[in-house]
Design a protein. Structure first.
Length: 295
C-alpha cells in the first residue's frame, strides 16, 4: 500500500482547515493556470502502478482531480490577473524563498522527485517509503522512478495557497524588501502581516525586532536582506521554516505555520516546534545556572 491512514488524515484535515480558517475571507482562491499537468501525472503513475493496489490508484486520481490545480494567492478583490504565486512581484533573492512555498526540497529520484510541486498527487510518507523500499529494493537496484513526493512536504492547493499568502505578507516586514506589488495588494498584505505578528505573539513567538522588522523567530536577530542570497553553509542563510514541524498526518506548509528562519535557528529548532525550542533553551540556561551555583 502506498496510501496510508496518515495521508488520508492529512487530506481530511486540510478540508476541515479550509472550512474553518480565515483565508476564504481574505484570499481570491480562484482556480488558475498551471499546476500538475495531466501528462506529468500519468507518466509518474505509470512508473509506480505495478507496485500499487487499485485503492492507491483511485486515491491518487481523486487527489489529482481535486487538489492539484493551483488557486489564486492574491487578496480577495485584487487588481490585475489572478496568480498562483508572488514570485513575479519580488526581486530575485526574495522570490527564490517564496518558491519554497510551492516546491519540495531536493531528493534522490528513486521514488521521490528531486523537487516537485507540493500539490503533486502521488504522496507517500517517509516511513511507508522505507517499508516499500525494503520490500522492492528500489535503492539497491538504483531504480529511479521520479514519481512522487513525501507527504510531509506536500499539501492541497488550498493549504499551499495560504502558505503563499502569509509568507508574502511576512516578507513585507523584511528590512530592505524589494517588490513591485500593486498598491491594493500591498495594502492588504501589510494588513495581514500585522495580524500575523499578533497571532504569533499570542503564541509567545516574536517575528519582528524593536523596529518592526523581520527577525529570526528562534535567535531574535534582525534578518538582513543579504542573508537571502548566502549559501547553505552560512549560519545566517534564510531558510523556509515551519512553526510546528512537518508531519505525516497533517499538511504543515500552510498559512499560520510558515516563517523565514536563519539556518542556525532552523538547526536549533530541528524537528521540534518553535515553542518547544524556546522551552529547551530556557531549560538549558537554568541547568547552566545550577552548575555554576554548585561549584
Amino acid at each position: 500500500m502506498f496510501v496510508t491512514e496518515d495521508l488520508k488524515s492529512a487530506v481530511f484535515e486540510a478540508e476541515q482547515f479550509k472550512l474553518v480558517s480565515i483565508y476564504s475571507n481574505l484570499m481570491c482562491l480562484k482556480h488558475t493556470k498551471g499546476g500538475v499537468g495531466a501528462k506529468t501525472f500519468e507518466i509518474a503513475l505509470a512508473q509506480v502502478k505495478t507496485y500499487m493496489c487499485g485503492e492507491d490508484v483511485s486515491f491518487y486520481q481523486y487527489f489529482y482531480n481535486n487538489y492539484s490545480s493551483p488557486l489564486c494567492v492574491l487578496p480577495k478583490g485584487h487588481s490585475g490577473k489572478c496568480s498562483c504565486s508572488y514570485n513575479k512581484f519580488f526581486s530575485e533573492n526574495f522570490s527564490n524563498k517564496i518558491k519554497d512555498c510551492d516546491t519540495t526540497p531536493g531528493n534522490d529520484d528513486i521514488l521521490y522527485k528531486n523537487r516537485a510541486r507540493r500539490i503533486f498527487p502521488i504522496q507517500v510518507n517517509k516511513n511507508q517509503y522505507t517499508i516499500l523500499n525494503a520490500k522492492y529494493s528500489w535503492k539497491a537496484m538504483n531504480i529511479k522512478m521520479k514519481a512522487g513526493i513525501p507527504v510531509e512536504f506536500g499539501g492541497t492547493n488550498f493549504t499551499i495557497a495560504t502558505a503563499h499568502f502569509d509568507f508574502a505578507s511576512i516578507l513585507l516586514l523584511q528590512k530592505g524588501i524589494e517588490h513591485k506589488l500593486p498598491e491594493d495588494i500591498e495594502f492588504k498584505l501589510l494588513t495581514r502581516s500585522q495580524d500575523i505578528v499578533d497571532e504569533f505573539l499570542a503564541q509567545d513567538i516574536n517575528i519582528v525586532d524593536g523596529n518592526g522588522q523581520l527577525c529570526c523567530p528562534v535567535l531574535g536577530c534582525t534578518i538582513e536582506p543579504e542573508w537571502y542570497k548566502t549559501d547553505d553553509k552560512n549560519p545566517n542563510q534564510v531558510q523556509f521554516g515551519h512553526v510546528e514541524p512537518i508531519r505525516a498526518d497533517k499538511y504543515m506548509t500552510r498559512g499560520g505555520n510558515v516563517i523565514p528562519i536563519t539556518r542556525n535557528g532552523n538547526l536549533m529548532q530541528s524537528d521540534k516546534s518553535i515553542q518547544q525550542t524556546y522551552a529547551d533553551q530556557e531549560a538549558a540556561v537554568e541547568r547552566r545556572k545550577l552548575r555554576r551555583l554548585s561549584r
